[in-house]
Structure formats: C-alpha cells, structure tokens
Design a protein. Sequence first.
Length: 344
Amino acid sequence: MPDTDVLVVGGGPVGLAAAVEARLRGLEVVVLEPRTGTVDKACGEGLMPGALRLLQGWDLDPAGHPLAGISYRSPGGHVDHRFRGPAGRGVRRTVLHDALRRRAADLGATTVRGRADDVRVSADGAVAGGVSARHLLACDGLHSTVRRRLGLEPAGRPRAGTGDRRRYGLRRHFRVAPWTDLVEVHWSPLAEAYVTPVAPDLVGVAVLGPRGADLPATLAALPELAAHLEGAPAAGPLRGAGPLRQRSTRRAVGPVRLVGDASGYVDALTGEGLRVGFAQARAAVATLDDPDAYERAWRAATRDYRLLTSALVAWATSPARPALVPVARRSPALFAAVVERLAR
C-alpha cells in the first residue's frame, strides 16, 4: 500500500503550492526536498497580478512592495504600462517560500528530507526517495531529476560554443529605497536588468543574458540604473541560474506529472514563471487520474507564456535587439496589450 496519496518532489514555491492544493482537496501529501530551512534562488521576485490572485486563493498574502506595472527602458527612452486591474507585488523569494511552507505545514503536509534519485513507476503509483505514492508531482525545477530519469527530456540539447544562444540569470539585492512602483526592465546591448522593489528599503536586480553576462558590465552600459544604485550596499549574495530554456517531451506519464519549471521553461524575460507554475500546480492536482487532461490543461495554462516569451526572446537574441524598446515606444497600445495578456 502506498505511503501517501501524493508525493511532491521539490519543496520550492511551486511544489509547496501543489502540496497546499492537494491538502485542500483532502489528499495526504508528502513533500520530498533535500534542502532544509528557507530556500532562496535567483529570480526576479515580481508576482504578476495573476500569481498574486492564485496565492490569495490559497489564503496566502505575503508581504512585499506593490507593483503597478511594467517599464521597458533603454538609454534612448522608455515605455510604461500600468496594470488596468489589481496590482502585482514584489516579494522576496525567501518571504514567499516561508509563507508557502507554513501554509502547507498548517494544512498537514509532511516534509521529508531526501532526493529523487531512485524514481520508479509502477501500475500502483510511483516511488522516489524511499516514499511510495499513488501520484507523483515533479516540481523539482529547471534541472529536474525526475524529468531526466523518466526519459522525458528531448534529445539534441544545445552545446556550448559557436551558436550557443542559451541564456542565464543572476540576481542581487541592494539596500536602497525603491524609486518606482513599476518593474523596470533596462535593456543593455547584450542583457536585460530587471529591477523589482521588494520592500521599503530593498530592490532586487536580476540580469538575464548570454553566458558570461555579469552585473557590473550590465550596469556600466545602463547609466540611468547605475545612478539609482550608486552607493547602495549589496544585501545578500549574488545568485545565478541557467541555462534557462528547458523542454520536456511529455508532461504526464502514468502517475507522474511534471509541474512548473520541471515541465519546461522558456525564459524569465516576461516575469510570469510563478503565475504559470501555480496554475500548473492547480491543474495537476485536478487531473491526477487523467494524464491526457493534464496535458491539455498544461498547454492551456502555458500557451500565452510560451508564444509571447518565445517571440520576445527570439527578438532579444537577434540583430534586431536594439530596436525592441524603440518599437515598443512607438506602439504603446501593443506594449500594453502584451503586458496585460501576461499579467492576468
């Protein structure tokens, strides 16, 4: 007999959200996570309005800084759009993780320390980390062990070297009062710098770009942002992640569902990874007994993200990159439509 109804592999925000959703539906849940305590990672930390709405549906309201919209900026000018509906929120990843961890524990989810190095699937369910379950939700991130061990990664992954267009992320916090209630995306010749207010005296700066892009070089190419940060002390370590783009051949196989970044990831460029991950978590729990239904729900939940983000990344990594912000400035209605589509 299985140890539990649902085994969630990965105790990050999406895994904990899946655990909360499963407990609210009356299922027994075990979360398998190798790390202890509060988990941090390199990310932009901006919750789009849609992500905040999903959290509030789980009775979660993490503290942070209001986000009223998005601003694309370059040395030649900028274009802003303020959300037409409710605001989003900048939330420290550690604050978000603690809130989700407490909520899952309060609802009765059990956390077990371990790794999914021994994933096995049978007619009765799945086993990982010595825990057996009727259903397994793989929420173990960009470099998912479950995805790899079940053979759900496509062949022919890109190699470093000539033609390598993979992108990476870095993030560091600075102790300075936010100067805006917008997420600013500063475009340098090679990388983007995301600025997210997360507290009354703290902003996060995330750099997205090719291998080798670094924070000092990016700031040197962005005098407006460098001026805001001048003299501001760094708060915490520099964290990195990547390569960002990940794919999967399927999202559901037998009792296993790939959820969040483990199911595939395009890029952090549009800042809605958590909204998409939370939506997948709800869909995975709702379709535990129907793999095909989860595939359909996954495609529906990720469609806008995949299409719009892929198009923006293709533009950002092409010779036409310098024209992106000027085109957005000349087409504010189009820019607003894209932001609203991604924010919902």
